[in-house]
Design a protein around this ligand. Sequence first.
Ligand code: 4AD
Ligand code: MG
Length: 429
Amino acid sequence: MKPTISTIGNYEEQTITIGCWLDNKRSSGKIAFLQLRDGTGYIQGVAVKNELGDEQFQAVKNIGQESSLYVTGEVRKDDRAPSGYELAVRNVEVIHDTIDYPITPKEHGTEFLMDHRHLWIRSSRQHAILRIRDVIIQASYRFFQEHGFTKIDPPILTANSAEETTDLFHTKYFDEDAYLSQSGQLYMEAAALAFQRVFSFGPTFRAEKSKTRRHLIEFWMIEPEMAFCDHEESLEIQEAYVTAITQAVLKEAKAELQTIGRDTSQLEKIEPPFPRIRYDEAIERLQAKGFDISWGEDLGAPHETEIATQFDKPVFITHYPQKIKAFYMKPDPENKELALCADLIAPEGYGEIIGGSERIDDYSLLEERFKEHQLSEEAYQWYLELRQYGSVPHSGFGLGLERTVAWLSGTEHVRETIPFPRLLNRLYP
Ligand code: 4AD
Ligand code: MG
């Protein structure tokens, strides 16, 4: 492998060449400090006039921000530097000289930055958030592989909806109508009956007219589905999984958390079990705090935030009324009006990060639900058929990646947690 800033410790006192960009610079008459980034880290290059000669020193002083360079230098230990090293510059080759880079160290408005998202992802804070996203993705694969799950890829073009039919993203499939997947769940249920434990990771689409800090039109979901698994066991898997990704971020993204300035004290306390409250109790807690909400209504963002502040770990809200939840959820045998489901609410106001449930495994009950929800039985024939051939109790859930990244990195708005967000008013860049 070629030397990079992240591996520079292996080259102490050696002279190496790195490909990099000029992040920032300051200089005096005799010495120039080049803040270099190569995508793996940052390092300071120290260019001295006496060593480079007049002509090259002058050229170095004039390099524009975000110019691409090959910098050759000697790696020197420097305990004050964040990377632990600095580069004593011996030669600078400009690959591409940049003039007037639009994103300067001064403050810019959000719309301007979003219009320049293709460049904005180079900046240290955005870079750190997307690194944390990667750590969560890698840790998710590890967790599920270690727990006997097979990765299965559901289709993105579908003929039916998995969730609310109101926010379906319509498209044409030659002469047929088709929709972009809202959730891979229905296909993952089929896969669970073939592989027992499966998980998917892919983009999902909701044509939601919501303009909030928690909603994207295109977002990525991790969707595990488990055969021979009831509601309670699913919650145990969820809390183990969320703990595993939290630990991974704390361990593997220390520098990134520091760049963002994330207070990690609350994250460090996260371990199973997570508190569980029933929907009934959530309503009582909200009413006690003066919220105008009655039994049967869905919880909104302010409600979730209030509940979250009453706990110092993610909290499960379970047993919602069947009426406000999806058609496939298994009714609670003790009260058929309630669903064997749970939403996991993240701490600190980041909202619902997981939605999950036990699924209906009985053919006639599911058939009834299709009628109640006015869903075409024809389109779901294959799904119904799963209840005809070796049906078993099974459960699953979906974790929204962007909200989870927002929570773990302490990022206010989900638009910064995905490389190129698709928002109500944004399909560019
Ligand atoms: O609660 P949801 O709608 O559940 C499902 O789609 C199930 N079929 C999942 C399953 O059981 N396999 O979505 C799951 C999660 C939410 O908890 C939230 O974190 C995220 O997906 N999510 C969104 N994230 C960003 N923007 C949106 N518009 C989102 N809608 C849901
Ligand atoms: Mg939900």
